[in-house]
Design a protein around this ligand. Sequence first.
Ligand code: UDP
Ligand code: MG
Length: 215
Amino acid sequence: MGTVVDAPVVQIEEKDASQNVLGGKKVTVVFVLGGPGSGKGTQCTNIVEHFGFTHLSAGDLLRAEIRSGSENGNMIQNMIKEGKIVPSEVTIKLLERAMLENENDKFLIDGFPRNEENRAAFEKVTKIIPEFILFFDCSEEEMERRLLGRNQGREDDNIETIRKRFRVFVESSLPVVEYYNSLGKVKKIDAAKPIPEVFEDVKVIFSTFNAKKDL
Ligand code: UDP
Ligand code: MG
């Protein structure tokens, strides 16, 4: 029969995190994930000081949106009170705007994506691929203790909503961590330790990353 001719090999370049562009600037994004009370916000503050990132907490942006009197304010407030996940388009718009308005090009996105739909929508809308995922691993007992003790006047830091947030985290957010883990992108931290010890582990991760970027 006829000769078998090898099909030409077409090299399709996979988009990677080094090709992220937003509003004309190259950006680096790290997603910081972990259960409620796992210490994401606290460690993000440390990372900002030491590694020059800008910290964008999705929860803080949503709470600011409520305070601004936006038309979505009531809806957001009700979702937060119930520990539910706000529709992706709302959160993504806030994150995108915050990145565009900031002159920095390195962002820690804390508490987002919270479900697979958040993740896929963010990727589709912004075309941004995260550099890696910093995942704070902590037991529910410890997280519950921290949330009940922190007294930040948050409407969702009561035992009833905390339980709902834990359930949403396990059912919706952990699958996002698992997805990125399957891509080898998750850097997991034991977040049950005291704050300075956790930061020692965080530092190791970010200094390697910085060193890599300088090559
Ligand atoms: N939230 C949301 N989408 C996000 C981030 C937060 O819907 O991307 C809502 C959700 O109701 C969540 C609440 O905001 O329970 C508080 O989130 P935050 O990250 O501030 O708190 P955490 O649960 O991490 O302590
Ligand atoms: Mg937080």
